[in-house]
Design a protein around this ligand. Structure first.
Ligand code: F6P
Length: 324
């Protein structure tokens, strides 16, 4: 059986393309004759009963805007049994029969808790870290990689002008996705990711080899989650008399979360958002809508939240070989 009124929320770290997904959910709902209502500030807003009616006018042009018009949050309160009860009470009070949750791994854990309590939920993966199950690629990943790539290209110019090394920290507390992809695309000299521990001495040796082979610069891309950190590593490189490069550190930080989404992210968001509303209308909740083999697919929430992280050893091997 289908549903009448449902809520739409964005949750966790914002990702470019979230707005395009919100727009797609609302437009498809309208087409199917369903009533969609916005929930502000993710799960925290749900706990507080912060609803937002979204007009057609408010949806105009948002596909090209970064951030999220609905707002987002990371709610520790929602993760408690009391928080979950409170959320279910708010949903009931506001006659919301189902939810579309646009977010990443943590957001889908929340969606799974609701689903286990018998509430109808559909997840739409959006996270620049690409650490969400149920899809080959999440909304926001492509834009974030392009932002990192743009910075790496520019840093290469100044690095070679000064014959320096640059250690560039990109986002990814637990995931090396942005680091690996942007490093390959930028032709970086080395990449460090949390999934593969590294030795400082290996980096030092690579720097010496690069200098000996006549390289004018050395670009090292490090994910946020590596140990020692990018900051510690850069300082060590500069402090070492036996390493022929001086190093500068660049931390790209939250710039990677913002900006106008790429065509790929807008299209992905449009397809996943539209399919999410269709699934609810057809009475098939409890899934994550994803993209695999270029097709939209559904995966049960239970399975999607258990999927291993997207780490491709082949891509890592290629990055090592193609470096420099
Ligand atoms: O959006 C994912 C992510 O960017 C991680 O890579 C990063 O560690 C984290 O979010 C930081 O987000 P915040 O500062 O919002 O907690």
């Amino acid at each position: 059986m289908g549903i009448g009124r449902f809520g739409v929320m964005t949750s966790g770290g914002d990702a470019p393309g979230m707005n395009a997904a919100v727009r797609a959910v609302f437009r498809m709902a309208n087409h199917l004759g369903l009533e969609a209502v916005g929930i502000q500030d993710g799960y925290q807003g749900l706990l507080n009963g912060q609803l937002l009616s979204v007009s057609d006018q408010q949806l105009e042009g948002i596909e090209r805007r970064g951030g999220t018009i609905l707002g987002t949050s990371r709610s520790s309160e929602f993760r408690t049994p009391r928080g979950l009860d409170q959320a279910l009470m708010q949903l009931q009070q506001h006659n919301i029969e189902a939810l579309v949750v646009i977010g990443g791994e943590g957001s889908f854990q929340g969606a799974l808790s609701l689903h286990r309590r018998g509430f109808q939920v559909v997840g739409v993966p959006a996270s620049i870290d690409n650490d969400v199950g149920g899809t080959a690629v999440a909304i926001g990943v492509d834009t974030a990689i392009n932002t990192a790539l743009d910075a790496l290209d520019k840093l290469k110019d100044t690095a070679s002008a000064f014959r320096r090394a640059f250690v560039v920290e990109v986002m990814g507390r637990h995931s090396g996705w942005i680091a690996l992809q942007s490093a390959i695309a930028a032709g970086a000299d080395m990449v460090l990711i949390p999934e593969v521990p590294y030795q400082v001495e290996t980096v030092m040796q690579r720097l010496r080899e690069a200098k000996a082979s006549g390289k004018s610069h050395f670009i090292l891309v490090a994910a946020e989650g590596v140990k020692p950190t990018a900051t510690e590593l850069s300082a060590q490189i500069t402090g070492r008399a036996d390493v022929p490069f001086e190093s500068r550190l660049t931390i790209l930080g939250h710039i990677q979360r913002g900006g106008s989404p790429t065509a790929f992210d807008r299209l992905l968001a449009a397809r996943l958002g539209a399919r999410a509303a269709e699934e609810l209308a057809a009475g098939r909740p409890g899934t994550v809508i994803g993209l695999r083999n270029m097709q939209t697919v559904t995966t049960p929430l239970e399975d999607a939240t258990k999927e291993p992280k997207h780490f491709n050893p082949e891509t890592h091997r290629f990055a090592e070989i193609l470096a420099g």
